[in-house]
Write a protein that binds this ligand. Structure first.
Ligand SMILES: [Zn+2]
Ligand SMILES: [Zn+2]
Length: 236
């Protein structure tokens, strides 16, 4: 049944009254993704490494040609560029925790609005960095897929799940970079045709970039032309 425009608007207003938008961190009604108080805690990512985005001392960053960080010079990641709008902390860290561990899959769409502040993409498709199927069964949903579906609206690109995790990598929290790199090596395989594709990986948080680099590696080996990464947040 087709609703007239005024009727549709009325329906949306009633829906807002019954389920008012709420802050993704503190649940105050009225604002989404964050209330004014929580929005104050968002920290835009400062200038940093042009590849992995790790914040760097600005005095060491020549204005015209920022230098790659020491790690990207010694061990270049497989992705061309990783960028996030905000540092991982404050209300954003709380909201991401709720999305991942408190069954708040509704926050995927709400938080995806933050991709609006991301660097412009040079990609044709969005590919979520997937959970292992066992973890997906336990959680019931894949937060990176929810974020990618939301990001698709901002970037006007299709979401194509071209990756699967073929190996469980366990908890990454608390591991150092070397241990993370070792644990995710060969953890991904492609599930579709990627030859020549320019791909943007989507995930919630970029920490060392080891997982994103392993995912990019699988895509590049299968023939992808370029892989970049966008996350909601990056480790400070
Ligand atoms: Zn709030
Ligand atoms: Zn770097």
């Amino acid at each position: 049944m087709a609703f007239s425009l005024p009727l549709r608007r009325l329906a949306l207003e009633v829906l807002d009254l019954v389920f008012p938008p709420r802050c993704s961190a503190c649940e105050v009604p009225g604002d989404s993704p964050f209330c004014a108080v929580c929005a104050e805690t968002l920290l835009p990512v400062p200038a940093g490494c042009p590849v992995c985005g790790v914040p760097q001392d600005e005095s060491l960053l020549p204005a015209l040609k920022p230098r790659r960080c020491p790690h990207c010079r010694a061990h270049p990641p497989r992705f061309a560029l990783a960028s996030a709008p905000y540092l991982h902390g404050g209300a954003l860290a709380d909201a991401i925790h709720r999305l991942k561990y408190e069954k708040r899959e509704d926050l995927g769409a709400a938080l995806a609005v933050l991709f609006e502040a991301c660097a412009v993409l040079q990609s044709d498709v969005l590919v979520p960095i997937p959970l292992h199927p066992r973890r997906l069964r336990l959680r019931g949903y894949d937060q990176a897929r929810l974020l990618a579906d939301g990001a698709a609206k901002w970037f006007r690109l299709p979401v194509v799940p071209l990756l699967r995790r073929v190996r469980e990598t366990g908890q990454q929290v608390g591991r150092d970079r070397t241990s993370r790199e070792r644990s995710v090596r060969g953890a991904f395989a492609t599930t579709g045709e990627v030859l020549g594709a320019r791909i943007c990986l989507i995930d919630d948080v970029l920490t060392t970039g080891a997982t994103a680099s392993a995912a990019a590696d699988a895509l590049l080996i299968a023939g992808a032309a370029r892989v970049e990464v966008r996350t909601l947040a990056r480790a400070p």
